[in-house]
Design a protein around this ligand. Structure first.
Ligand code: PAF
Length: 278
């Protein structure tokens, strides 16, 4: 497994893999890998001949009061894990390599970047789409794999790919959960013992919703009220709970099969997200 920091070098390696007829797969990450990331790596491994994982904590997707500086990092451990998964190449550029002095070009999926997570993180998705497009340009993957815990992110990236006629195929992997149901996230590390125990309420509220839906609940407002009260009962502060169409992210008036329910909840300063499809 090669670990490369420079764009020029990584381009040469990818070009050579392509000349050898390899399908190039990319799993973009910000490192501090957990089983959720590794499941995406395994999915990509099965689908490509040359597998690249990028590790880059992207400053442009963090707001000024967000956790860029303290975002967890452990490159040594990440590399050990990726080697076991038979990754061919890790691209681990510096911030300066990706954003040269005076960088001023951004790409944004304008409307969808403002809703849901974008409402409380106004520059977040612009930063995500910009860095992902840069990674696509640098690494020229045939397929790129994203997790579906960040459902909105995956939908926005798919939209960018369509709108800009990119030839990469976007694949999404399933949410991977801890034993008690909490969706895996690098940010779970920030939670205190109590918050960690309480945070399972995101999953439990989604589980409750599924049951209520099976029993006939169709009114999103009623569902939101109940879910919000479950979350408040565990000291969580709801950022949003939405019921939307999976393809358009438009709110639905009535729950139906295929409706996406997504939520973001603060425990202290830590903001967690989760979702499920009815
Ligand atoms: O999901 C993430 O880890 C990041 O948003 C991504 C896609 C690697 C872009 O920085």
């Amino acid at each position: 497994m090669r670990v490369v920091k420079r764009i020029a070098q990584v381009r040469k390696i990818i070009a050579s893999a392509k000349r050898r007829g390899k399908t190039v797969g990319l799993v973009p990450t910000m490192g501090y890998l957990h089983e959720g990331h590794l499941s995406l790596v395994r999915l990509a491994r099965r689908r490509c001949g040359f597998l690249v994982v990028s590790i880059f904590v992207n400053p442009t997707q963090f707001g000024p009061r967000e956790d860029f500086g303290r975002y967890p990092r452990d490159l040594k451990r990440d590399l050990r894990l990726l080697k076991k998964e038979k990754v061919d190449l890790v691209f681990n550029p510096s911030v300066h390599e990706i954003y040269t002095e005076g960088h001023q070009t951004y790409v944004e999926v304008v409307d969808w970047s403002k809703i849901m997570c974008g409402a409380s993180r106004p520059i977040h998705f612009r930063g995500v789409t910009t860095v992902v497009l840069k990674l696509f340009n640098i690494l020229e993957p045939d397929i790129a794999v994203f997790g579906s815990k960040d459902f909105q992110q995956a939908v926005i990236i798919e939209k960018m790919v369509r709108d800009l006629d990119l030839s990469v195929k976007v694949v999404t992997g399933k949410i991977v959960r801890e034993k008690d149901g909490l969706a895996m996230s690098s940010r779970n590390k920030y939670l205190s013992k109590d918050q960690r125990k309480n945070a399972v309420v995101l999953y439990n509220s989604l589980k409750w919703l599924r049951q209520a839906y099976i029993k006939g609940l169709r009114d999103p407002k009623l569902a939101i009220k109940k879910m919000a009260s479950m979350i408040k009962g565990k000291n969580g502060k709801v950022d949003y709970i939405v019921f939307v169409d999976k393809n358009t992210l438009e709110p639905v008036k009535k729950l139906r099969k295929g409706t996406l329910v997504a939520l973001a909840v603060f425990f202290g300063k830590t903001r967690l997200i989760d979702n499920t499809t009815l």
